[in-house]
Design a protein around this ligand. Structure first.
Ligand code: KIV
Length: 268
């Protein structure tokens, strides 16, 4: 097993696993100093591409962004989301997961559960492809954005789903928008780490969409803690720049590649 993946498994019941998303080298380089795991999520559909849902993100989109992210990472595990439709059957899943790994040099892929694609996970793992599962709110298959696992029946169903994913060989599992009691139950019953998003402190680790926690995306459900309002900071900078250009305060002689050096005589 990939040594980096092993390290994640060993964190279960010992230390919390820190995860964030990234779609570019610039952000990945910062995350690399802090995160255990970076995910190139198909949330890029909403955040970067302005789509209503994640369905239109293609394999090419994901691969291009993951190549960029990989350039920013030295030690952190890189997980790449498999887009909707890219793992609809075993042979398609194998072909596409191998392509993602070959092109991006990522450590693992993540696939969302549709409550029956356990064989896909099993077959990817058989091919030595580490897989992260994803249950609860799964944007590729669920329409309604709501808390899952609030009733006993739902809770039992989610636990069963999580156990199936573990048995299929996944090395960890994202719990998205799952009721705290249910995420606590699942986390206690699974040997693999659970990574929560909107699923309470009980999970073994946490993940957020980086653009949400930085106050950039404009999408702030209650479970997102906005650590900074980058929108406001960027707007201030753009406003200043606009004023400088209009008032001819920018550029000055210092904003020239050669600074104040005099030009050579014969050159225009
Ligand atoms: O696409 C994504 O960013 C995700 C996280 C929200 C877990 O799947």
């Amino acid at each position: 097993m990939n040594i980096k993946i092993k390290k994640i498994l060993l964190k279960k019941n010992k230390s919390k696993i820190v995860c964030l998303t990234s779609y570019s080298k610039v952000i990945a380089k910062i995350l690399d100093n802090y995160c255990d795991l970076v995910l190139v999520g198909d949330s890029m559909a909403n955040v970067l591409y302005g789509f209503k849902n994640t369905h239109k993100i293609t394999l090419t989109n994901i691969i291009e962004h993951a190549i960029s992210v990989k350039k920013g990472l030295k030690k952190t595990i890189l997980i790449v989301d498999m887009p909707k439709g890219s793992y609809s059957n075993i042979s398609t899943a194998k072909k596409n997961a191998k392509l993602i790994i070959k092109k991006t040099k990522c450590d693992a892929v993540k696939i969302e559960s549709n409550k029956k694609n356990y064989d896909i996970i099993k077959n990817l793992v058989k091919e030595k492809i580490p897989v992260m599962g994803h249950i609860g709110y799964t944007p590729q298959f669920t329409k309604k954005f709501k808390v899952e696992g609030s009733t006993l029946i739902e809770s039992k169903r989610l636990l069963k789903e999580a156990l199936h994913i573990e048995q299929a060989g996944a090395f960890s599992i994202v719990l998205e928008c799952i009721h705290p009691d249910t995420s606590k139950l699942i986390t206690s019953k699974l040997r693999i780490p659970t990574i929560g998003i909107g699923s309470s402190i009980h999970c073994d680790g946490q993940i957020l969409v980086t653009d949400d926690m930085l106050g950039l995306s404009g999408f702030y459900p209650k479970f997102v803690k906005k650590y900074v309002n980058l929108n406001r900071i960027i707007e201030k900078a753009v406003k200043k720049y606009t004023r400088d250009v209009k008032l001819r305060k920018f550029p000055t002689i210092n904003n020239f590649l050669n600074g104040t050096k005099r030009r050579k005589k014969n050159r225009i």
